[in-house]
Design a protein around this ligand. Structure first.
Ligand SMILES: [Fe+2]
Length: 195
């Protein structure tokens, strides 16, 4: 899987439709997580595709929240994205806002890690360190069970994602924490440059 879009073009495209720093932060974080997973799962030569799909996955959410994953194809195609990238982006809303099913492993990883990335990010912000570097799976599990914590992060979607991958939930949590550790510093640096 590959895309002609360069990483710079993809970031410009994200910024064209997203002005909220939180949305840019989320895109950059999911990009970093997807790059880690590509390498971890033996798809290192597709790292850019995995990363760019992660960067752009919520491209339509800020301006078109009612048409999430439905407006994305138009925005992506206007920006030069191919069908494969459009499919990857849209499939992360499977069962909620679209019937585009995650098929490729990359799409399943995006589906599974997007929502969990939000939960881990919210949990990290509660920590004195404000970081995932010192976060352990045990503390994430407590946050996962506490339904009032980051209530907007659907536990059902996270569980469904783990099932899709055939991984125990704990494995998805462990890996996604490691993935977020791998990119925390570079994401923060890039956010400082954007703001
Ligand atoms: Fe997302």
């Amino acid at each position: 899987m590959e895309t002609k879009l360069t990483r710079d073009e993809a970031l410009e495209l994200l910024k064209k439709y997203n002005k909220e720093p939180f949305h840019i932060l989320h895109g950059l974080t999911v990009e970093g997580v997807m790059r880690w997973y590509a390498k971890e799962l033996g798809y290192g030569e597709e790292e850019d595709f995995w990363g760019i799909a992660g960067l752009l996955h919520d491209i339509d959410f800020e301006m078109y929240p009612e048409e999430h994953c439905k407006k994305a194809p138009e925005l992506l195609e206007d920006g030069g994205a191919e069908a494969g990238l459009v499919h990857a982006v849209c499939s992360h809303g499977y069962g909620l806002v679209t019937d585009v099913k995650p098929e490729h492993l990359m799409e399943k990883v995006l589906f599974a890690s997007d929502e969990l990335t939000g939960l881990i990010g919210a949990a990290a912000r509660m920590r004195p360190s404000k970081s995932v570097m010192d976060m352990e799976v045990s503390s994430l599990k407590k946050k996962f069970k506490d339904k009032r914590f980051a209530a907007g992060c659907s536990r059902e979607v996270i569980k469904e994602g783990a099932d899709m991958l055939g991984w125990p939930l704990e494995e998805l949590m462990e890996k996604t924490i490691l993935a977020m550790r791998s990119c925390e510093e570079s994401v923060n640096r890039e956010m400082d440059m954007i703001e």
